[in-house]
Design a binder for this molecule. Sequence first.
Ligand SMILES: Nc1ncnc2c1ncn2[C@@H]1O[C@H](COP(=O)(O)OP(=O)(O)OP(=O)(O)O)[C@@H](O)[C@H]1O
Ligand code: SF4
Ligand SMILES: [Mg+2]
Length: 362
Amino acid sequence: MPSILSQPGTTPPAASPKAPLLSVRNLCLEFHKDGKVLSAVENVSFDIAAGETLCLVGESGSGKSVTALSIAQLLPAPPARYPSGEILLNGRDVLRMSKTELRQIRGGVVSYVFQEPSASLNPVFPVGRQILESLHLHRPDAAKDGEVIRLLKLVGIPAPDSRLKDYPHQMSGGMQQRVMIAMALASQPKLLIADEPTTALDVTIQAQIIELLRELKQRLGMSILLITHNLGIVSDIADRVAVMYAGQMVESGPANELLTRPLHPYTRALMNSVPQLGSNADRLTAIGGNVPQLGAFPSGCRFHPRCPKAQPECSRQEPEWKEVELGRWGGASPGGPGGAPPPGGGAGGGERAGVDHHYPPR
Ligand SMILES: Nc1ncnc2c1ncn2[C@@H]1O[C@H](COP(=O)(O)OP(=O)(O)OP(=O)(O)O)[C@@H](O)[C@H]1O
Ligand code: SF4
Ligand SMILES: [Mg+2]
């Protein structure tokens, strides 16, 4: 089985079969506040190919949103700072772009849809006018009612020519989220980032919005980064899945493989905490404890205080991000199969009992 060696600090991203539209490499993000430096994201790497949907999952506070907001540099800086890493969009590093270039990619190449449509829509303007404004900004030649109606139709709003005069409060939550998606599509983005777009909606509407995103991806050929802590919706839409915990990536891979055969104990624990249709299990297994706070990440493997498989080594040795199977990436011991020798020398290349026991899984 091929195994790509990775050296600490030069971790290649999770491989994707097509050329990546977005390639995040070893991204580190810190918040500088009151004289303190809090590391929020550490050495995160992933790719999204053109036309591909990547789902980013993990519990609340694991760093999904700050990673996504970093892609178009939407976090206020300060307090945000990027000590190292790259965010390559079509091969250009966003972290080194001028303000003018950043303005061009925001809402142009990359568009966002957030959790609460009612908080993002302006209550005092009709929805059609708000979509028109987005068109004026990004595609002035297309800024006409006809294009607004086409976009509303595209996102499944019935009778769009009459609904464009509606104010947000005249629409249901699901309709408002469709309007937000129409606004995001107005610029014909290459990458749509949807951060918990269904969390504020009831379950049937959630399913409709996920179905809409899937259809739009197929019709428009755009890439999607979908952030959710709900693994239940991931199998419906993801090509690939990446799992974050405490500011680090712990596992990524093709959705069908990762969801049927999760390698990392954290991914398995997340999956066990999701209700499965048709399952005979009497109760769900909650993950004990909480995601650690910024500035209080445990030593070694950050998951060790909550991990049912933890061994004494886990609190001392930080797993290294590497390709553990073809196309599948995860944190494993530097001394394990396919890994580089541990920093400072020592016994590399052989399986270290205890730390590596989830790669390969038993
Ligand atoms: N502007 C900021 N300044 C300081 N800390 C921040 C800032 N924004 C986010 N954080 C912290 O960064 C960590 C990661 O936050 P993030 O919002 O990315 O989590 P998340 O995985 O998206 O969680 P959720 O599922 O609840 O949305 C959290 O501890 C959060 O408090
Ligand atoms: S390194 Fe140890 S604590 Fe971390 S996930 Fe693997 S077994 Fe659990
Ligand atoms: Mg979030």
